[in-house]
Design a protein around this ligand. Structure first.
Ligand code: HEC
Ligand code: HEC
Length: 201
């Protein structure tokens, strides 16, 4: 038996190991349950939020925040030649920082600047604008590109961060992201519980 296993590829060994573990009633912990159908339906709720303009317009791969929706007359780059900032910080170029116009709360004027503390662009590696559902899913799960976060950290960030919270209270005439911070937190928890599957690219 041992000799046979040595000759098999690791994948084949895994396939063999599962039935043996059951037969021998071993101490090996059960593998995490991946329920693809339930997982993908939870992911769809998460994706509907992350890809929504109130989130994605700050999560861009290039240097320009976006404006999108009927309120802006379509989708376009942010007016006033606003840039990520030549220091890469996301706070804008010296002389035209985001906080020159964006304060800690929304302007009450129609087409006035919305606001939340520390208003800035998300780092370029956290890009969602124009990306597919599979691409956003892969990014969220990649600690190299998500700020070194576990999925638990991502869920907590969505529940507690103020820039995220703005997406559901974006000010006059802007369409809010679907659902709520709490519902999205819960969807991420549910998604994790069934193995956090991503759609096939
Ligand atoms: C005003 C700009 C802005 C808006 C609007 C915004 N974000 Fe972000 N987001 C950021 C910045 C900046 C970071 C980086 C913060 C950090 O790493 O600590 C970030 C990071 C994140 C992260 C963590 C890492 C990752 O992989 O992306 C998540 C999750 C996230 N945002 C979710 C959202 C969601 C959901 C919304 C909409 C409901 C949203 N954000 C709206 C600026 C924004
Ligand atoms: C010169 C002023 C000014 C500067 C500087 C500025 N903004 Fe804005 N921004 C505005 C105004 C005004 C609006 C609202 C326009 C409207 O409602 O028609 C806005 C709207 C936005 C929105 C909302 C888009 C949406 O999805 O609803 C985002 C995101 C945004 N700005 C990001 C930034 C970021 C990030 C920076 C810095 C890198 C920045 N802005 C710098 C004036 C500015």
């Amino acid at each position: 038996m041992k000799k046979l296993l040595i000759m098999l590829t690791p994948a084949a060994m895994l396939a063999l190991a599962a039935p043996f573990a059951v037969a021998q009633d071993s101490q090996t912990p059960a593998p995490a349950t991946v329920d693809a159908a339930k997982g993908l339906s939870e992911w769809d709720k998460i994706h509907a939020v992350f890809s929504h303009p109130r989130c994605a317009d700050c999560h861009v791969a290039d240097d320009r925040p976006r404006w999108s929706g009927a309120h802006y007359g379509g989708t376009r780059v942010h007016a006033f030649n606003v840039q990520r900032g030549n220091d890469g910080s996301g706070f804008g170029n010296p002389g035209l920082r985001c906080t020159t116009c964006h304060f800690s709360s929304n302007s009450n004027a129609l087409h006035g600047p919305p606001g939340a503390e520390n208003w800035r662009l998300a780092p370029a590696e956290m890009a969602w604008f124009g990306k597919s559902s599979a691409e956003i899913c892969a990014q969220i799960k990649d600690p190299v590109r998500n700020g070194g976060r576990s999925l638990d950290d991502i869920a907590l960030h969505v529940r507690d961060d103020r820039l995220v919270a703005w997406g559901w209270a974006p000010g006059l005439n802007r369409e809010p992201a679907p659902g709520s911070a709490e519902a999205t937190f819960q969807a991420i928890e549910n998604w994790m519980a069934v193995g956090s599957p991503c759609p096939v690219p």
